[in-house]
Design a protein around this ligand. Sequence first.
Ligand code: SAM
Ligand code: SF4
Length: 387
Amino acid sequence: MERALASADGDRSPGDALGRPLRDLRISVTDRCNFRCVYCMPKEVFGRDFQFLKREELLTFEEIARLARVFVACGVRKIRVTGGEPLVRRNVERLIEQLAGIDGLRDLTMTTNGSLLASKARTLREAGLHRVTVSLDSLEDDVFQAMNDVDFPVAQVLGGIEAAARAALTPVKVNMVVKRGGNEHSVLGMAGHFRGTGHVLRFIEYMDVGTTNGWRLEEVVPAAEIVRSIDALWPLEPVEPNYRGEVAGRYRYRDGAGEIGVIASVTQPFCRDCTRARLSADGRLYTCLFASRGHDLRSLLRGGARPVRLAGPRPQVSAPGGREGGRDRGAPHHHLDKADGPLLRAPHRRDASAAQGGDVADRGLARAHPTADPRGGFGSVSPTRSR
Ligand code: SAM
Ligand code: SF4
C-alpha cells in the first residue's frame, strides 16, 4: 500500500470541491478515559455498564502507523494523537516513535487531560513527540473536580504542564472548555495564570456531543464574550492565523504577555477551511466531525486491501448540501474511497453506524450547523470513541 502511494505523484494530495487539501489527521488511540468530564463522558452514560471497545477491536500501533504513512503520502502534514485519553493506552510512546519516523510529517502532537503527563512527558519527547495540548477547565479544585467528575486535582495537571514544558514539548497549549454555569467565572483566573508563561491558553465553546451530554445552547459562552472580558482587563489584538484551516482564532496581549486562542465552533463554525480527517480507535475514517458514517479502514487492513495507484483526477467530493444525501451531507468532505484513483480497494465494505471524530477541540458547528444531525456531535453513539 505504502509503496503504491510512494510511487504516485507526490504532490497530488486529495482535495475537495472547495479546494481544501487534507493536511491534518486526528488519530484516536483509545475510547477509554480516566476522567468523566460532564461535557464529554458523563457518568450517567459512561458508567460501569458502558461497553468500550475490546482490545482486538482497536487498531494496533503497527496498523495505525501504516495508515499514517499512507495519509502522509497523501499530503497530511500534521498528526494529533488523541482519545479518549491517549495516555491511558499502554506504551503509547511506541506509537509515537513509529509516527515520528514518518518522512514528510511536520507536526506530531497530542491532546491529553494531563493526568499522567508528569511521568510521561520526557519519554514522549524522547519518542519524538513535538508538543502537547493539555486540557484544564479551571484553577479552582472544586470547579475542576465538578467538571472532571472523578475528583482529579488541578495541581497534578499543572504538574503535567510544567513537565511538558521542561521536556520541550512546546509550545504547550492549554484547552479550557467554557460552560455557562460551570466554569465561566474561571476564565480570567486561567488567563491571568497563563499570561507570560509562553503557554497558549485556548478557550473552547462548549459543544454538542449528541444525546450524551445534555447540551443546551444557553450553556455556551460565546467566544466573543470571552475575548471581551479578557480584553477589558488585559487589552488584546487579533493575530493572523498560522495556516489555513487553523481552528483557533488568535489574539495577543498588547503588553507582550503572549497569546490566547478561541475556538468558536458553535458561534462561528469553520467548515469552509477544514483540512482535517479523523481516524477512530477502531479504524474508521471520518471526513467530517458530524459524519454519521465512517470508512472502515480496519477491515481493509485486516482483510488484505489491494493497493491501487493514487493517480488520476482529483477525488470527487460532495459540497455542502451535496449529492450524498446522508446525515453528514452538510459539510463538504474528502472521499478517499471514491476517488477516481482510489486509495484502497476494499474486498468488502461495511458502513459505520456511529459518528466518530477526532479532537473535540477542533470540532465544529454543533447545532449551529444547519444540516448537522441533531444526534451527531462528537459521536452519536460514543463520543469517547471519537477522540
Ligand atoms: N482526553 C484528552 C483531553 O481531554 O484532552 C483528549 C480527548 S478530548 C475529547 C479533546 C478535547 O476536546 C479536550 O480539550 C476537551 O476539553 C474537548 N472537549 C470534550 N468535550 C467537549 C465539548 N462538549 N465541547 C467542547 N470541547 C470538548
Ligand atoms: Fe476524557 Fe478528555 Fe473527554 Fe474529559 S474531555 S472525559 S479527559 S476524553
